[in-house]
Structures are given as structure tokens and as C-alpha cells.
Design a protein around this ligand. Structure first.
Ligand SMILES: [Zn+2]
Length: 262
């Protein structure tokens, strides 16, 4: 495929502060005020936000709408998507993709709970259907949030193809995109995703094999709380991949270290 031009951002949770109980993986939690600030910056710069499926479809050619565009993605399908993310997006007429774990619809973040994370309630079938009807894309985040690079072939088929069937049956509509749990994938996992009929899959920058030219290994920029405006701008404008490689050149890494200490 042609290079996917739209940068893809990755968020997990957006919550009002203070967090109670405090999360274990704090870098997955962005405050609503900070998220709102990100969207204000994007809107002010004239960005539009489309779903991942729409961006991938555009990459196949045809007319492109004018102006800057990016993709906002949200992993795991937590209730915070409905409570805090959707109102901010709809206010600015922005779309997004939310990735749901098919065996935990209406359930909890069981995979994170095993690692000591606080309980997060996940979106129900009715809520996911409602979101789809409002123009948000529901993508698949596997059946159980397993690390797909560590499981047997039969399990892989369940986690990828089985999850697609389950999610489509629940939603009553096709599911086009996949998100690798923990961002981990390899050739066998990519093949399973392609053969299951997905049109694209996402990982994150820094994982071996990601490429904006491979629609089954698309990189995303992970938005973390407290990141500098410079970092967010680089993520949103597509320069983030280059910036991540800069530490070897030693320049922007200095900025990053200053920020990390602050
Ligand atoms: Zn996840």
C-alpha cells in the first residue's frame, strides 16, 4: 500500500483527576483536561479526525479531502470512552476508533487486573452499538487481550478470527480493523489478522517491524500524561517516528530527558 499519511495516536484512558484508586500503569491515564487541551490544539490547527478504517480506505487512492487529518485510537473500550472521550470528540465533530476485547464486552479489564491494575468497567454491547451508530468505529482488540506472539495456532485463530466473528455478531456490522494487545505481533500474527479478513492492524512506534507502508503493522504514537506540547505536536503531525530515532543522533533526546525529569 501507499504510505498511510494520517498519523495515528493511541490513548487508553481519559479520566477526570484525581484518580481513585490510583492506577498502577499511570502512563495509560490522561486527564480529561489534558485530552481536551490536545483536541483544542488539533481543532485550532484545522485538523480533522477520522476512523482508522476511513484512513486506510483513503490510502488506497481516490479523492482526499483538503486539510490536515489524523486518526485517534482508544484501546480496551473502557467506560471512560463514553463518559469523557465521546463528549469531547463530538463537541469538535471528530471521529475515532475504539478497540474492544470481544470476550469482555460489558465486563472488566481482567487482563490488567491480574497485574494489579484497578478495575475498569468496559463498554456494553448496547453502548458499542450506539457508538457505531454515532459514527465511531469499533475495532477488535482480540478475544481475551492475550499476547498473540506467545500462544498456539489454535488459540491465535480464536483470538483473531474468532474475536472478529464474535464482535460482528454482537454489533450486527462488519469489523474492519485490529489492534495488537501489548502492541506485540510477528509474521504469524500478521498473517492470521490478514486471513481473518481485517483491512488493517495497529501496533506502536518502537516495536520491531512497524511501518506506515504495511497496513497490518501500522505504528501509533502513544500519548502519555504530562507530555510536552512539542512531543504532542510531533505525534500529531507525523514527525514522531523520526523524533523517536533521534536519540541516536543525540539532539532531541536532551529535550526528552529534561521533560522526563520535570
Ligand atoms: Zn489493550
Amino acid at each position: 500500500m501507499r504510505r498511510l499519511r494520517e498519523p495515528i495516536l493511541m490513548y487508553h484512558h481519559v479520566e477526570p483527576k484525581p484518580f481513585d484508586p490510583k492506577p498502577r500503569f499511570t502512563r495509560s491515564y490522561v486527564s480529561r483536561a489534558e485530552f481536551s487541551d490536545h483536541l483544542d490544539w488539533l481543532a485550532g490547527k484545522g485538523f480533522s479526525a477520522v476512523s482508522l478504517a476511513e484512513a486506510v480506505d483513503r490510502s488506497g487512492g481516490g479523492d482526499r479531502p483538503p486539510g490536515r487529518c489524523l486518526v485517534l485510537t482508544f484501546d480496551d473500550g473502557c467506560q471512560c470512552f463514553l463518559e469523557h472521550i465521546v463528549p469531547e470528540l463530538e463537541r469538535r465533530k471528530m471521529s475515532a476508533t475504539v478497540f474492544a476485547v470481544s470476550s469482555q464486552i460489558g465486563g472488566e479489564n481482567a487482563w490488567d487486573r491480574a497485574r494489579g491494575e484497578r478495575v475498569e468497567s468496559l463498554l456494553t454491547v448496547d453502548e458499542l452499538r450506539d457508538l457505531a451508530s454515532r459514527g465511531f468505529e469499533i475495532g477488535c482488540h482480540s478475544q481475551s487481550h492475550a499476547d498473540l506472539t506467545t500462544i498456539a495456532p489454535a488459540e491465535l485463530a480464536r483470538e483473531v478470527a474468532g474475536a472478529k466473528q464474535d464482535l460482528e455478531a454482537a454489533l450486527g456490522s462488519p469489523v474492519a480493523t485490529f489492534c495488537y494487545p501489548y502492541a506485540h505481533f510477528n509474521d504469524a500474527v500478521m498473517t492470521a489478522v490478514r486471513e481473518a479478513g481485517y483491512r488493517a492492524a495497529v501496533s506502536v512506534h518502537g516495536i520491531s517491524g512497524v511501518s506506515a507502508r504495511n497496513r497490518f503493522a501500522l505504528p501509533r504514537a502513544v500519548v502519555t500524561p504530562g507530555a510536552s506540547r512539542l512531543e504532542f505536536q510531533l505525534q500529531a503531525t507525523g514527525w514522531y517516528g523520526l523524533w523517536r530515532r533521534m536519540p541516536r543522533l543525540g539532539f532531541l533526546n536532551i529535550l526528552r530527558r529534561v521533560r522526563d525529569r520535570s
